[in-house]
Design a protein around this ligand. Structure first.
Ligand code: UDP
Length: 382
């Protein structure tokens, strides 16, 4: 019997899915990934030779943070979906759930199938990101069903505990990112990437991540108005229905007269290359970030990183040593930080080198995979 059934609700590729991609690849002889939606994530798992099953959960996808009250349909759908996946769960020794929705359905199915359940918490359970109902149901199932909760930062762990989750069950395991792809990129590749966007000779700031209002790409655009001559490369796309926000960014760039210096790359798979191709990596979220993989990736790319304070970011960046922290939503402060780095090659180099060392030391992929395996073995041995 395979050991692990990884459960995730989405077929889109966010940070949590990239974590799961690495975990499932490392365990591919001994796991299945169960998704409630098809999409590019399925393709990426298949490319890695991971076994995937898809059981669509249409109504589950319609619940949103704005919903004050749970929709009867979504509760019914979660229960129905849980019942449907019981036979799949029974074919595995444990359930390892990513995402709040994946956890709710996986936990219910785990109870029905009598299998231990682990929640890999890649979210900050706070009102900025989740409805009160979804936070409460997560806490309830964490306390009464999950054997362990593996949080991707202290911030994520504390937020869950603050809402009543039993702190002793929660373990912090930082996201780990493979540093090798960042080292394989040479000057020729960098020149080609800059050429692709017409960035030769320019100072370029890169903002990486899905296009969503809370990720704050509009703040970077606002800052650009204060930075004559600087170019902005925006990498990422709307993943979870934020198409209107994505369109509004293009409109904002046009209206504010910076469109000629803004480059929308869309969703890309060559993040290490594009990070090496920019001069500064900026993270601009206006709500607290559960972790912030793009910040670690910027550090691994040996680029100075500017990030907004709050959540897991405070655990990644040591201000003034391995990066610069700014106030969320403050375009003037962001512009000042970018301007300072653009004019200071020494500080750029110092932050980049120290950032790279810290990222390799503290956020290694090997450590994350080792930690995940140890938690699963611990749960199965208990
Ligand atoms: N990413 C990507 N292609 C893109 C934009 C982003 O592969 O076009 C990746 C990025 O490199 C990072 C992840 O998506 O690994 C985003 O993770 P993060 O923790 O920053 O944010 P989340 O999506 O989890 O909120």
């Amino acid at each position: 019997m395979p050991k692990i059934l990884f459960v995730d609700h989405t077929g889109a590729i966010g940070g949590a899915e990239l974590v799961l991609l690495e975990m499932a690849t490392a365990c591919r002889d001994d796991c299945t990934v169960l998704l409630f939606d098809d999409g590019p994530f399925h393709d990426r798992l298949r490319e890695r030779g991971v076994r995937v099953e898809i059981v669509p959960g249409q109504r589950l996808h319609r619940t949103r943070r704005e919903d004050r009250l749970p929709r009867i349909g979504s509760i019914y759908d979660a229960l129905r979906l849980a019942a449907r996946i019981v036979p799949i769960v029974r074919r595995h020794e444990c359930v390892y759930a990513h995402s709040q929705k994946g956890f709710v359905v996986g936990a219910l199915a785990g109870v029905l199938a009598r299998r231990p359940v682990v929640w890999d918490l890649n979210d900050l359970m706070i009102p900025e990101h989740f409805s009160a109902f979804n936070i409460n149901i997560g806490v309830f199932l964490a306390n009464h069903v999950a054997r362990r909760v593996i949080a991707n930062s202290k911030a994520s762990a504390i937020a869950l505990a603050r809402h009543g989750a039993v702190a002793a069950k929660i373990h912090v395991l930082y996201n780990g990112i493979d540093d090798v792809p960042f080292d394989l990129i040479g000057d020729v590749d960098i020149a080609a990437a800059r050429h692709e966007f017409g960035l030769e000779g320019a100072t370029v700031v890169g903002v990486f991540g899905r296009l969503a209002e809370w990720k704050g790409q509009h703040v970077a655009l606002e800052a650009l108005r204060l930075l004559p001559g600087v170019h902005l490369l925006i990498v990422g796309d709307a993943l979870f229905g934020e198409d209107r926000y994505a369109a509004s960014l293009r409109e904002q760039a046009r209206r504010s007269g910076v469109a000629g210096r803004v480059h929308f790359a869309g969703f890309r798979r060559d993040i290490p290359l594009l990070m090496r191709a920019v001069d500064i990596v900026a993270h601009t979220s206006i709500a607290p970030e559960p972790f912030g993989r793009v910040i670690v990736e910027g550090m691994l790319a040996r680029r100075p990183v500017i990030a907004t304070r709050g959540g897991g970011v405070d655990e990644i960046v040591e201000p003034g040593e391995t990066g610069i922290l700014v106030t969320p939503g403050d375009a003037a402060e962001l512009a000042e930080a970018i301007g300072g780095l653009a004019a200071g090659p020494d500080i750029r180099r110092r932050l980049a080198e120290a950032g790279r060392d810290a990222a390799v030391r503290r956020f290694s992929q090997a450590a994350m995979l080792h930690g995940m395996r140890a938690h699963i073995d611990g749960v199965l041995a208990a």
